[in-house]
Each structure stands twice: as C-alpha cells, then as structure tokens.
Design a protein around this ligand. Structure first.
Ligand SMILES: [Zn+2]
Length: 137
C-alpha cells in the first residue's frame, strides 16, 4: 500500500480525511488529517426472513375441510347417563314417554341412562334439544 501523501510504502495504510478528501496514508502522515473511522460492520442478521413464506405454504398445505368432520364427533361427557335421567325426571317423564317424544325405543333410553350404551349422533341431538342439555364436551 502506497501512502498517498508521502509516497512511501506503508504496511498499514490509514484512511484519513484531509481537506475534504479521503486518502490512504501511512501511519506517519495520518496525523495530517482526520482519521476516518470505519463504520462498525453490522453483524449480518441471522434471523431468517423466510418465516412469512413458510407460514403461507403451510396454510396452503392444510385442508381445513378434513377436520370439521371430527369436530362433529365431540366427546360424550362421562356422566351422560345421569344427565339424561335428571333432565327427563325434571320434565316429569318416564323413560317410555321420553322415548316416545324423541321417536326412540324406551330400551335405548334405559341403556343410555345406565350408561350401557353410547348414544348415537342422531339420538344425542334429539336428547340435547328436547331435554335442553349438553351431552358433548
Ligand atoms: Zn505518508
């Protein structure tokens, strides 16, 4: 590296500002000007900017239609039997009468109340709307 002022070969050239112009000078000549300090290099950001793109691609891959089928099959609450019985008794109905109201066999009501059988989807819906209860979580 050659000093731009004295012309000497300088091992370590320093960038200085002299009368408005920047020059590469040797360490001896640098006192003639004002040292131009190198701007500290900003560490390259390692945070990936691809996150947005990735999110979009994930969204596209998932098919939302598939899940809704399973959403319909909510879990029957564990105490569904006593819930049905209590609600039925509150309405002052016998098992037979309730069965008649929702067009099901009384044996089904009996089995459901004793929790010997899990109610079918259509029965759940009928019981829920007729007895005004929630059998699913
Ligand atoms: Zn010099």
């Amino acid at each position: 590296m050659q000093c731009e002022i004295c012309g000497k070969d300088a091992d370590t050239a320093v960038k200085v500002r002299i009368e408005g112009s920047e020059m590469m000078v040797c360490s001896n000549c640098k006192t003639l000007g004002q040292e131009v300090k190198k701007k500290p290099e900003k560490p390259k950001k390692t945070t990936k900017k691809t996150t947005k793109k990735q999110k979009i691609s994930v969204k596209r891959e998932k098919s939302p239609q598939r899940k809704s089928v399973y959403d319909e099959m909510d879990q029957i609450i564990p105490e569904y039997g006593s819930l049905i019985r209590n609600a039925r008794e509150e309405k002052g109905l016998t098992q037979e009468e309730l069965a008649d109201k929702i067009n099901e066999k009384s044996s089904i009501i009996s089995k459901l109340e004793n929790e010997k059988k899990l109610p079918e989807e259509k029965v759940i819906k009928k019981l829920e709307s007729f007895l005004e209860i929630k059998l699913r979580e």
